[in-house]
Design a protein around this ligand. Structure first.
Ligand code: SIN
Length: 513
């Protein structure tokens, strides 16, 4: 992909920091914390203005531990991925999981995880987990972790948190990353760093329905790809099977099914046993496709929460239901974009293919998830890799190199322009790069996306605004997805190919009894 020439003028003016972290979810906070613990001065840049601008705050079910049995968690991660997860990466995850949770979440942040009546930690279970091993707070675990974490890093003497500030481009020179250009007024600011850690989250904003916040526009992935970093597995996009099917969708955590809630079709029948031996707790990609098939065949699918003490045990989700006028036990659900398993290719320390560039959390592709992610491993992966990358990123001197001066911003025209183009982008992604992909249609989607990116690039040559850059990042990320999907005829995990080019090994229709 070619970089757009956004400017002719360059400068070395700017500020410096030892470690620059971009993004304020659990992965970014963990990277900042561990770099600061190693004695580095850290600048954490985030376009967020409030905690729920980060996907972490939206995470419900919980954070997996190994509960003393790393092998068992490893087996479940690999099975959920359809055998495609990288076993070495999974070893890194399971070997460091319990220490990371104990150190940061329990000892440092003192998160009040839910307990049993006897005062022991209450472990729950989600789809494709063979054990009860997930720590949680109600089913609003992300909020309960992120808010104290943000407070903690904000109070840390070595960490500066700068909100409402977006990174627009990476500063690079001869294969090394030297920081970012931010959107600080009036024409962008160069921030030079010894090492740069991208923790910018996912891609939910590329789809019409998502369980991510609106700012999930793929910024880090696009910036890294435009700078020449390796980005892989972009076709593996996880759709959560149970998001509220209506205006203002929200997630209905898998923990509900883990504790006994069941799916029913429009005829009131349970159906998941027809699709997979694990029934309602089958891997997420299987459940998502089954829900969509049953919605098409019978009109709707509901999550029946009557087996649970729903109001008492899941107050945060119950409140969301009440807000939308649902007061019974049956909540209409449909799949919704949830998580990108691929991203910026990194090693076991979060190192990307460009020197002094790291990526952690959802924007990174560690290999842990392969083609499909096991529930409640995203917070864990962000925490483990965030800590490891932050530690590794310490010890490099910032080197101010020539970097572009951006154009003056002209918010009015680009703001409207960006909103309209976003709708076109989302329609293309929903139609051609959703739960099922026909590779001929994917190729057509690629052509639409290339045209869209061309229109956006024309604007970024003459002016800049955050919304324009977000749109540009979304277009670049969408193109990466389309390209990966087009190149992979194999149905694996979340990438489900239909049509003439499909090369499938699993059954397309419900299994016969
Ligand atoms: C959920 O609570 O269902 C989502 C958990 C996850 O995506 O890991």
């Amino acid at each position: 992909m070619t970089e757009t020439d956004t400017s002719t003028a360059t400068t070395t003016d700017g500020e410096t920091t030892d470690v620059l972290v971009v993004g304020s979810g659990i992965a970014g906070c963990a990277a900042a914390l561990s770099a600061a613990r190693e004695g580095a001065d850290v600048l954490l840049l985030t376009k967020a203005t409030k905690p729920d601008d980060a996907s972490t705050d939206w995470a419900q079910g919980g954070i997996s531990t190994t509960r003393g049995d790393p092998e068992s968690l490893k087996e479940d991660v690999i099975a959920a991925s359809d055998g495609t997860a990288d076993p070495d990466a999974v070893d890194t995850l399971v070997d460091h999981a319990d220490d990371a949770v104990a150190d940061v979440l329990i000892d440092t942040l003192e998160i009040d995880f839910d307990e049993t009546a006897d005062g022991d930690l209450d472990y729950t279970r989600e789809a494709a987990h063979s054990e009860y091993r997930i720590l949680h707070v109600d089913a609003a675990t992300g909020t309960h972790i992120l808010r104290p974490f943000l407070q903690y890093v904000d109070n840390h003497e070595r960490i500066e948190v700068r909100q409402d500030t977006a990174a627009l481009e990476l500063i690079t020179n001869e294969g090394r990353v030297h920081g970012v250009v931010s959107d600080e007024a009036p024409t962008g600011k160069r921030i030079y760093a010894g090492a740069t850690v991208l923790a910018t989250g996912g891609i939910g904003a590329l789809y019409g329905r998502s369980t991510n916040p609106d700012g999930a526009t793929g910024d880090g992935i696009a910036m890294a790809a435009l700078a020449g970093a390796d980005v892989t597995d972009m076709e593996y996009i996880q759709f959560h099977p149970t998001a509220y099917d209506g205006e203002d969708p929200f997630l209905l955590s898998e923990a509900l099914r883990g504790e006994g809630a069941v799916l029913r079709n429009g005829n009131g029948e349970r159906f998941m046993d027809d699709y997979h031996p694990q029934g309602d707790l089958a891997p997420r990609d299987v459940v998502a496709r089954a829900v969509e098939a049953e919605r098409e065949a019978t009109g709707e699918v509901v999550l029946d929460v009557s087996p649970l003490e729903f109001q008492a045990d899941y107050p945060a989700i119950a409140e969301k239901c009440r807000d939308r006028g649902i007061d019974g036990d049956e909540i209409p659900v449909a799949p919704s974009e949830h998580f990108l398993c691929g991203g910026i290719d990194v090693d076991e320390r979060g190192r990307a293919s460009l020197d002094r560039l790291y990526a952690v959390g959802e924007c990174a592709r560690t290999g842990v998830h392969g083609a499909n992610r096991l529930a409640s491993t995203s917070l864990l992966e962000g925490l483990v890799w965030g800590l490891r990358a932050g530690e590794d990123a310490v010890g490099f001197e910032p080197e101010p190199v020539e970097a572009p001066e951006l154009r003056d911003s002209d918010p009015e025209l680009p703001e409207r322009f960006a909103a309209e183009k976003f709708v076109r982008l989302q329609r293309t992604m929903d139609e051609y790069l959703g739960l099922e992909r026909d590779l001929e249609e994917v190729a057509r989607a690629g052509a639409v996306l290339r045209r869209l990116k061309g229109e956006v690039d024309a604007y970024t040559r003459t002016r800049t605004s955050r919304s324009l850059y977000e749109l540009r990042h979304a277009c670049v990320t969408a193109l990466l997805i389309a390209r990966s999907a087009a190149e992979n005829p194999e149905s694996e995990g979340c990438h489900y190919v239909v049509g003439e080019d499909a090369n499938r090994t699993e059954p397309e229709t419900p299994a016969d009894d």
